[in-house]
Write a protein that binds this ligand. Sequence first.
Ligand code: MTE
Ligand code: MO
Length: 316
Amino acid sequence: MAPFRPELGESEVTPERLYLRRREFLALGAAGAVGALLPRAALAEAGAEPTGAALPPAKRAELAGGEKPTPWKDVTGYNNFYELGTGKEDPARNAGSLRPRPWTVQVDGEVKRPQTLDVDALARLFPVEERIYRMRCVEAWSMVIPWDGIPLADFVKRMEPTSKAKFVKFTTLEDPAQLPGQRRHVLDWPYVEALRIDEATNPLPLLALGLYGRVLPGQNGAPVRLVVPWKYGFKGAKSIVRITFTEEQPRTTWNEAAPDEYGFYANVNPAVDHPRWSQARERRIGEFFRRKTLPFNGYGDQVAQLYAGLDPRKLY
Ligand SMILES: Nc1nc2c(c(=O)[nH]1)N[C@H]1C(S)=C(S)[C@@H](COP(=O)(O)O)O[C@H]1N2
Ligand SMILES: [Mo]
């Protein structure tokens, strides 16, 4: 297949061209060829330019107040993914062992349509959108990332949760051959995260399939991961193999590992200190001066009402 470069300007993307490009993406995915195929591969190798198969988004939305996205090199070179090592540069170095295609996601629990979906079917079922979100790690650094994915709300509705479904649980792959960090008991594997069903059907969260218009690199959670921009980064489970609808609040990995430090809700809250550091400020990767952290990471207009009546000290 000939290499191609995506033009991501919205005006250029007619439905027909989009369809053709998506087919091209799907074909690449099916062939497992998600490596660099681009003319600028040499530059890409140096880490400065996006690599990976194109994932052309149908719609784009700027949702980070016009802030400049963090460079590709940092978004894909400075990561938390303990299954690929606990150092920030380990995931990029070790991601080669992860095999993101073929890949299926099992959907089960309190849902009328339990099923096992191929990851590429997700991109056929729903239009892929690109949304630029601020992201905030509990460790007090942040990035601005153009994520490509499908709205979680659309996915949840299509699965038809039963009236008993109160939470949605996301489980990461458990396979020490692909995720060698799982050979050590750093956390209780597999990594599990969860949202309340009304959080999961808020319009903001994405099931992300890519970033910067390319399929997700392994270190960012290929082939599919959760993105919840008003919560601390640890809520965004990577390399998801299972989505389960439950009646009870699921046990989640970091909450279980250190309940005093990592709450179930994990809403970005500058007014409440983490037991070991202040959460009032953050360092945007690439900037020298720290900036003020915004309540709900700046997305309060869209989500604060979800927590009316809940003790704000429990919001993290
Ligand atoms: N499976 C899994 N998912 C994970 C993690 C992890 O260690 N394992 N780390 C979390 C944390 S703490 C953060 S800040 C984000 C980082 O996502 P990024 O590397 O794509 O920026 O992934 C989250 N998802
Ligand atoms: Mo994090």
